[in-house]
Every structure is written in C-alpha cells, then in structure tokens.
Design a binder for this molecule. Structure first.
Ligand code: GRG
Length: 300
C-alpha cells in the first residue's frame, strides 16, 4: 500500500471513531452537541491521530495495536480541534473559515464555540481512559498518557506556545523566540502523538525519548512548511485563505529566513527527525519514516 493510501485509510478509520466519540445517551444541550460535532466532523488531515496509530504499530510490530490506540488517537484530535475552535475566535485569530467551512463561532455564536472547545478538551481525557478497554493497553500506560497529554497540551505545551505567540505578536524578532512558539504551539501535540503511540505499543524508555525527539523535529518542520504554504500554497487545497501571515504582519520562518532557506530547513529537520527514529530501533518504523517524507512534500 502506498503511503497516500495508508494515510487515507487511517484517516477514514479515525473519522469513523470520531463520529461516535460523544456517547449518544449523554444528556447534552442540543446546540452544544451540534457545535462539538460540527468541528469534529469538519474534516482535516487527521495527521496527529494517524501518527498515534502508526507509532503504536511501529513500536509493537503488531497491527492490532492500531485498534488499541484509537481512543488515544481520537483524544489528540479532540484537543487539536478544540484549539482550532478557540484559535479562530475573535479574541484570538478572528477567522471566518477553517477546513473549508465557516468557523464554529460563525455558525453557533461565540459563547457556544467557547463551550464546545471546553467540552472537546475535557472529552479528550475521557477518551484516553477508554483505551484500557483493549487488552493491549495497561492502566499504567493510560495513566502515563494522561499525564503526558496534560503536559503537552497545557500551559507548558500548546497553550503556553499560543500565549507566547499572542504576547510576542509583532515583537518577535529572534529566531529563538519563534522557535519557542512553534515548538510548543505545533510540535508538542505532534511529539505527544508519537510518545503516546509508543506507550500503547510498549516502547522502552529510550525508544520513547527517541520517538519524542522525532515528533518534535517533525512538528517544527511541519510548522515551517505551514508558513511556506501560507505564502505559496493553493487556497482551494488548504481550505483557508493564503497570505494571512503577511496580512496579520506575523513573523514567520520565511519572513526571518526567506523562502529558500525555510525550505532547506524543512528538509534538514525532516532528515534529523528520521535520524531520531533510527535511534529508536523500533520493530516496524517504515510507515513513520514514510509519513515524515510525505509531510515534507505536502501541499495542504
Ligand atoms: C487556542 C490554546 C489554543 C491554541 C491554539 C492550533 C493553534 C493553537 C493555533 C492554530 C493556528 C496554527 C497555524 C497553529 C499551528 C498548528 C497548526 C499548523 C495547525 C493546523 O494543523 P493541521 O494543518 O490542520 O493539521 P487540519 O485542519 O488538517 O487538522
């Protein structure tokens, strides 16, 4: 199977799991449930959950580990989705479109969008606990994943990166400031995905460290590629407006380094990421390596 087909197949499995992630028998106000489901089912590449599944398989050498990892894969997509809903709010990036559709607050109003984001975030932790229903996932692994999720998605992770971004707006001039923002805002959820997949797959401590490093570098490469696509990408394919960074006077890698150097950096980071993966010596690392190459060449 080609990597494109693999990604498409895994994305479909994730979509299926997400479509029933909120229990049908929970008594939830209708607009809140609708607002949550609107963003959960709005599409997206499902990159982070696919990385969880691929890492679980790579670390265990067992395909069944993908099924065991699905609740954790859904959890990271719930966190990612909440972050997008909140990021699009007028108090933050004030965007009208996301994933090719009107943003959550444009459809359900600001208050419901805030609450839908809150509920998606909370539900992620519920989903992690359900991973223990599969015999491959120990309670210890689920506990470690819960702790990691709180760390990588929280104040020292993605939320911290977003705060640094807002605090530094237009004041960022050093590459190191920009790197801090990207490492936390983007890389942390990707690093978590690799780490969590590794935990489901029973990876050893050193393998977990190498997987985390793989994710961190891959995440940085992914974000720089995102900045590049904002300048030279296709609006149709991206599902959002291009040149938004320029319009918002955002300091990005292409702004600080130029387009060519930024492209070189994406290649360099991808290569470094793959070196970290090699160090992990996983039983079946091929798909993870292919995903790294695929992301470097992505156009959306
Ligand atoms: C509001 C706490 C809080 C955090 C917001 C996600 C985020 C942090 C901001 C969104 C803006 C942005 C460009 C963030 C960097 C991460 C990133 C590249 C998000 C887009 O991820 P994709 O491309 O999106 O995986 P899809 O739609 O494919 O899931």
């Amino acid at each position: 199977m080609t990597i494109r087909d693999y990604i498409a197949e895994q994305a479909q499995a994730v979509e299926q799991a997400l479509s029933v992630i909120i229990p049908a028998d929970w008594d939830i106000p209708k607009p809140l449930r609708e607002s949550m489901m609107y963003s959960i089912t709005a599409g997206g590449k499902r990159l982070r959950p696919i990385l969880v599944l691929a890492a679980a398989h790579a670390a265990s050498g067992i395909e069944e580990a993908e099924r065991a990892a699905m609740p954790v894969a859904c959890a990271i997509e719930l966190i990612h989705t909440y972050s997008l809903v909140h990021d699009d709010l007028p108090a933050m990036d004030d965007d009208d479109y996301r994933r090719g559709k009107p943003t959550n607050h444009k459809v359900y109003g600001e208050a419901m969008a805030v609450l839908a984001g809150d509920a998606l975030l909370t539900h992620a932790f519920h989903s992690v606990t359900r991973a223990t229903e599969h015999e491959l996932v120990t309670v210890e692994a689920a506990l470690a994943i819960t702790r990691d999720l709180a760390y990588y998605a929280g104040a020292a992770g993605m939320v911290g990166g977003q705060a640094a971004d807002i605090l530094g707006e237009q004041g960022v001039t050093a590459l190191s400031d920009l790197e801090y923002i990207h490492l936390h805002k983007t890389s942390d959820l990707i690093a978590f995905s690799l780490l969590a997949g590794g935990r489901v797959g029973g990876a050893e401590t050193q393998q977990l460290e190498a997987l985390e490093a793989f994710g961190r570098k891959l995440g940085l490469a992914f974000q720089i590629q995102d900045d590049i696509l904002d300048l030279v990408g296709d609006e149709q394919k991206l599902g959002k407006k291009t040149n938004s960074d320029v319009a918002q006077k955002k300091v990005t890698y292409p702004y600080l380094l130029g387009l060519d150097k930024s492209k070189e950096l994406v290649e360099q980071l991808t290569s470094e990421a793959k070196q970290s993966l090699e160090i992990a010596k996983l039983p079946e690392p091929a798909r993870l390596e292919e995903i790294a190459d695929y992301l470097m060449q992505r156009d959306h």
